[in-house]
Write a protein that binds this ligand. Structure first.
Ligand SMILES: [Zn+2]
Ligand SMILES: [Zn+2]
Length: 330
């Protein structure tokens, strides 16, 4: 696509839709056109929409978790019950995440537009692709991102990379929603490649991808990341419906034990490569201990769980120290 950058902006955008039959567009497509016409410059319209979408979805998804953290009733489903984030911790985390969004992510999002157009991504175009096409593409992006993240995340646990980059994300051994993007700028860049790289590669080879599909994908990926850090495992959590879905129950262990469970959305790669052995051992121990106690009282079960948690956490601290090449006094 090319447009004359010296033309008045309103003319530029209007020119894009010169041959569009507006009566055939659905409501959302009409709003889409209205946005591009209103902003006038397609590059700015896309950049602004992408950034706003990311902020609204990320913080919007964190709000329910902040409310849940404030209500003691929900503690019964907290994976590490003794560790509820304080207001102070949440605020410190928010400040850093916002800082990273404006200094690291905003420029990336801005540069994304020309790169994406070069790769053949549709942005201002209407009508949108059929839902079936979008869902198929999103499924592919999920699988690609999960695999990319699995290997890149393991690399980030290698000594020098851990010390200089990934350690920051491991600040919280009991994570909470807002901590999903609490990470070093380089980590945001490296792991973000898994999220954006899939769509870019896909449209480079097929020339058939709309940015709306990318928005839906990024929204679902953000939901996944925030939820995986929430620290809660409910009976109605997705992993109880889809057994291969990771969810908080899987990723929370990674933060607590500092080992195992390197993937994001799915359990299969950790299972296939055996990087979930400690996690499964821990779950089995917990289940066995609970079964061994005849009619365990709530108090007994809680104490048992707390002991196992403590033990795993201590092992996790040792594993982290080993990765950093420092010794921990026993
Ligand atoms: Zn990690
Ligand atoms: Zn994490």
């Amino acid at each position: 696509m090319s447009f004359n950058s010296t033309a008045p902006v309103h003319q530029t955008a209007a020119f894009l839709y010169a041959n569009t039959n507006f009566s055939k567009l659905n409501w959302l497509e009409q709003q889409w056109v209205a946005w591009y016409l209103w902003i006038g410059n397609p590059a700015i319209a896309t950049g602004l929409m992408s950034f706003l979408m990311h902020e609204i979805v990320y913080f919007g998804r964190c709000v329910p978790w902040m409310i849940i953290d404030a209500i003691p009733y929900f503690r019964q489903w907290k994976l590490q019950p003794g560790k509820v984030p304080t207001k102070q911790e949440q605020w410190e985390c928010t400040k850093l995440v916002l800082f990273t969004h404006f200094t690291v992510e905003l420029p990336q999002i801005w540069f994304f537009h020309p790169l994406a157009e070069y790769m053949g991504l549709s942005t201002w175009q209407v009508p949108f692709p059929p839902l079936k096409t979008m869902l198929g593409q999103i499924a592919l992006f999920f699988v690609f991102e999960d695999a990319f993240h699995y290997f890149a995340h393991q690399a980030l646990h290698y000594g020098p990379l851990y010390r200089n980059i990934h350690k920051m994300h491991h600040k919280y051994s009991a994570p909470f929603g807002l901590a999903a993007e609490y990470a070093h700028p380089l980590e945001v860049l490296i792991l973000g490649t898994g999220t954006i790289g899939g769509p870019l590669l896909y449209c480079y080879f097929t020339r058939d991808l709309h940015i709306l599909t990318v928005y839906i994908w990024v929204t679902l990926r953000l939901f996944q990341a925030v939820d995986a850090h929430s620290g809660y495992d409910f009976p109605w959590s997705l992993r109880n419906i889809l057994p291969f879905w990771s969810g908080a129950e899987h990723h929370d262990f990674h933060h607590m034990a500092f080992t195992n469970n390197f993937s994001t959305s799915f359990r299969w790669l950790d299972y296939l490569f055996g990087t979930d052995d400690k996690y499964r051992e821990y779950r089995a121990k917990l289940a066995k201990a609970k079964a061994a106690l005849k009619n365990p009282s709530k108090e007994e079960t809680k104490r048992l769980e707390a002991d196992l948690l403590k033990q795993t956490e201590i092992e996790g601290e040792r594993a982290e120290a080993a990765a950093e090449g420092r010794s921990l006094k026993a």
